[in-house]
Design a protein. Structure first.
Lengths: 375, 152
C-alpha cells in the first residue's frame, strides 16, 4: 500500500495486488508462473517462477555417455529438436576433429531449416490464439503436420527425432526425399500467403501488436537476448552468419533484421524468416551431394580433456553447448545455454508499465518454450 | 581483433590476470577481488567493447569452484572466456556482474541454485529452479541425495 496516493478521495485510491499467471495458463505455453503485481490493469512488477518441469538434464549428462546425452537435448526445446541434436553433435565432432560428409551436412541443414519452419508455423498459430483468434491455431498445426510427415518418414519420429548424430545423420533419407520436399515447399509457400491474407493484413491484429512490448536495442544486448526477439530490436546476432557451421557459409541468405523493437517487429521477423528458410532449402535440393551420410565413429566417444563451446541458431535464438571434458567417456560438465532462458529476462522490462492485456501479446511474440528454460 | 591479437591484448593489459586459451576462446583467469574492475574494463574499453554476456555458468573442479563467463562484442564480433576461481568451498562468494550485464540476473540465480555460489550485490538472488526448501546443491560433484536421485 506504499504507492497509495492519500491525497485522492477514498473511492479513487488504489492498491496493488498480485495475480499469478500460470503455471497452467494457455499463454505461458507450458508450466511457467509469472507473479504479476498489478495496480488496476497496470503491471508494476513481474517475477517469473521456474522449475515446474526441471528435469536436471545437465546433471543427467554427467552420468551418461556423449551419444546418450544427445538424446536428452531433444527434450529441451522440443520444437527445435533437430537443431539441438546438431549443436551437441557439432561440439563432439569439433573436439574429435571429425570430418562430416558433404551429404550429411546438406541433410542436416535441410532438416534444421524445416525444423525452423515447423516451429515458426506453430508459433504463428499460438501467437494469434493468444491474442484471441482461434482459427490460425488450427491452420498452424495443420501446416506443421505436413512437415512432420516428412520427418516421420525419414527419421522415424515426429517430435524428438534424435536423427542428427556425431559424424552425420542416423540413416540416409528416402529416395523420394527431394521430390517430396519440392511438393511440400510449394504448399508451404501457399500457406504463408494464406497467413498474410488472414492475419498479417488484419488491422485489429496489427493494432494489438504495434507499440506493445518495446524492447530497445541496448536493453536486448544487455539482457542477452538472441534470435528473432533480438533481431526485431535491430541486434544482428544470427549465428548462421557469424559462426557458420555445417556449410551455412556456402549458402546465400539474409539475416532478417527489423528496427521496430515492438511485438509487431518480432512478428514480421519470424514471418520473413520462414521465407528465408524455404530459400535455403531450395538452394540445397537441386544439388544434394551424393555419398556417405555418416562418418565412421567409435562406439564409445571419448573427448580429449579440455573445454569446448559450440553455438547454433535454433528457431528461438542462440543455443550454446559448453562441454568440459576430463578425457573419460562421460562429460565432466555439460551446460546448455538455451535461448529461452535468456529471452525470458526480457519479459519483465518490456511489460512493466504496460496493461495486463498486452502482457499476452508480448509473451506471444517472445515465443518461449518452457522445457527449454527449465531443462 | 582476431584470436591471437585478442590474446596478446589481454596479456599486455591485464598483467595481474593469467591468460591462457581453451579450444575456442582466449581465456582470462581473473583474481576474485578484481572481477568487477577487469570486467568493467573489458566492457567499456573502446578496443574490446565486450557488451554481450552470452553465457555464464560454473564448474565444480573439486575442491575449487569456477565461475565461467563467455563474452562477445556486438561491435567487433570477437569472443573470449573469463574465469574466476573460488577456493572457499564452504562459503563461496563472488561479486555479481549484474551492474555490467543484466543477463547475469537469471544466470547467477541458476548458478546459486545449482552450485551454492553466492553473488554479492545481486538484485534478487533466489533458488530459481528448485525452491527454497531444497537441501544441497545438485551440480556439485560431492552432492548426495539418496531420496531423489535415481542411479543407473
Amino acid at each position: 500500500m506504499e504507492n497509495q496516493d492519500i491525497s485522492l478521495p477514498l473511492e479513487e485510491q488504489t492498491e496493488e495486488f498480485v495475480v499469478n499467471i500460470g503455471p497452467q495458463h494457455p499463454s505461458t505455453h507450458g508450466v511457467l508462473r509469472l507473479e504479476a503485481t498489478l495496480d488496476g490493469e497496470t503491471i508494476k512488477d513481474i517475477l517469473p517462477h521456474l522449475g515446474y518441469i526441471h528435469r536436471g538434464i545437465e546433471k543427467m549428462t554427467e552420468s551418461l555417455g556423449y551419444k546418450q546425452s544427445i538424446y536428452l537435448t531433444s527434450r529441451m526445446d522440443y520444437l527445435s529438436a533437430h537443431i539441438n541434436n546438431q549443436a551437441c553433435s557439432l561440439a563432439v565432432e569439433k573436439a574429435l576433429q571429425v570430418e562430416v560428409p558433404e551429404r550429411a551436412k546438406a541433410i542436416r541443414i535441410i532438416m534444421a531449416e524445416l525444423q525452423r519452419l515447423t516451429s515458426h508455423e506453430l508459433w504463428w498459430g499460438s501467437c494469434a490464439m493468444d491474442i484471441g483468434a482461434v482459427t490460425p491455431f488450427f491452420l498452424g498445426f495443420r501446416d506443421r503436420e505436413r512437415i512432420l510427415e516428412i520427418f516421420e518418414a525419414n527419421t522415424g519420429n515426429r517430435l524428438t527425432m534424435n536423427y542428427i548424430t556425431p559424424g552425420g545423420v542416423m540413416q540416409d533419407v528416402l529416395p523420394s526425399f527431394v521430390s517430396d520436399l519440392k511438393t511440400l515447399l510449394v504448399k508451404v509457400k501457399g500457406y504463408l500467403a494464406e497467413y498474410d491474407t488472414l492475419i498479417t493484413g488484419n488491422i485489429i491484429f496489427q493494432r494489438r501488436l504495434q507499440g506493445v512490448g518495446v524492447l530497445p536495442k541496448e536493453m536486448a544486448i544487455s539482457l542477452g537476448c538472441t534470435g528473432p526477439t533480438a533481431r526485431a530490436s535491430g541486434v544482428s546476432c544470427d549465428v548462421r552468419k557469424y559462426h557458420p557451421y555445417d556449410g551455412y557459409e556456402k549458402l546465400e541468405f539474409k539475416e532478417i533484421l527489423n528496427d521496430g523493437c515492438d511485438s509487431w517487429a518480432r512478428y514480421l521477423v519470424r514471418m520473413e524468416e520462414m521465407r528465408e528458410s524455404i530459400y535455403i532449402i531450395e538452394q540445397l535440393l537441386d544439388n544434394l551431394p551424393e555419398g556417405e551420410y555418416r562418418a565412421k565413429m567409435k562406439g564409445v566417444i571419448k573427448l580429449p580433456a579440455g573445454e569446448y563451446y559450440q553455438r547454433v541458431e535454433t528457431a528461438r535464438g542462440e543455443l550454446g553447448v559448453y562441454i568440459v571434458s576430463d578425457g573419460t567417456n562421460k562429460p565432466y560438465r555439460m551446460k546448455f545455454r538455451t535461448p529461452c532462458y535468456s529471452n525470458l529476462a526480457a519479459v519483465k522490462p518490456i511489460n512493466v508499465g504496460a496493461k495486463i492485456g498486452d502482457l499476452m501479446a508480448s509473451m506471444a511474440t517472445i515465443d518461449l518454450v518452457i522445457p527449454d528454460i527449465d531443462r | 581483433m582476431n584470436r591471437e591479437e585478442l590474446k596478446s591484448y589481454l596479456e599486455s593489459n591485464f598483467s595481474n590476470c593469467q591468460v591462457s586459451e581453451t579450444f575456442d576462446f582466449p581465456l582470462l583467469i581473473v583474481p576474485k577481488e578484481e572481477l568487477l574492475s577487469v570486467a568493467g574494463k573489458l566492457k567499456n574499453s573502446s578496443e574490446t567493447l565486450f557488451d554481450f554476456l552470452f553465457c555464464e555458468t560454473a564448474v565444480d573442479r573439486n575442491p575449487n569452484l569456477e565461475v565461467v563467463y563467455h563474452l562477445t562484442s556486438t561491435t567487433f564480433r570477437h569472443d573470449m572466456e573469463m574465469k574466476v576461481i573460488l577456493e572457499d568451498r564452504e562459503n563461496p562468494e563472488v561479486e555479481s556482474v549484474y551492474s555490467l550485464w543484466q543477463a547475469a540476473d537469471l544466470f547467477e540465480d541458476e548458478i546459486y541454485d545449482m552450485f551454492g555460489i553466492r553473488f554479492a550485490n545481486h538484485p534478487n538472488l533466489r533458488r530459481i529452479m528448485l525452491g527454497d526448501e531444497w537441501q544441497g546443491f545438485p551440480l556439485r560433484k560431492d552432492y548426495k541425495d539418496d531420496v531423489n536421485i535415481v542411479t543407473l
